[in-house]
Design a protein around this ligand. Structure first.
Ligand SMILES: [Zn+2]
Length: 150
């Protein structure tokens, strides 16, 4: 079976629960943190199953899921990452300590800022905000974590 576990069993109650967990938390938790939690749960419920390694789950989140909350957050994260990278190269110091601004990259940067603002305007902003800090892990996973930590 080469298929991803979460896609293969998407109608099963456990997969439905995990998909719900994913869409509820995509905006509040980093992808790696979500991947770790889902991976731990899948190892518990289907230890010999295939298609649920950490990289399978990451691939699922990045490429298979079309749930808007998840898709928008994944897009938003890569745009912000790109913006951060661009930001560091916008200015440099030339000869005689003159600050040189990279006009072409400033143009791209401003377009990116605009795109990001558009996403915030179209999205459910309360779901995209990190400020309220609401994080809820599935009950089983919390138990599993406690067991793992001893
Ligand atoms: Zn998948």
């Amino acid at each position: 079976m080469s298929k991803c576990w979460l896609c293969e069993y998407n109608q099963e109650p456990e997969a439905v629960k995990l998909s719900q967990f994913l869409s509820d938390n995509a905006a509040f938790m980093g992808t790696h943190q979500i991947v770790r939690i889902i991976h731990a749960r899948l190892k518990e419920i289907d230890p010999h199953g295939a298609g649920h390694s950490e990289s399978d789950i990451e691939e699922h989140i990045k490429s298979h899921v079309l749930i808007p909350q998840v898709k928008v957050t994944v897009m938003l994260r890569s745009l912000i990452m790109l913006m951060d990278k661009l930001e560091s190269g916008l200015m440099c110091t030339g000869e005689d300590d003159i600050t040189i601004i990279d006009a072409k990259n400033v143009g791209i940067y401003l377009k990116l800022v605009n795109e990001i603002m558009q996403i915030y305007k179209t999205g459910e902003t309360n779901k995209l905000m990190f400020a309220d800090g609401h994080i809820s892990a599935p009950q089983e996973t919390v138990g599993a974590k406690k067991k793992r930590l001893g």
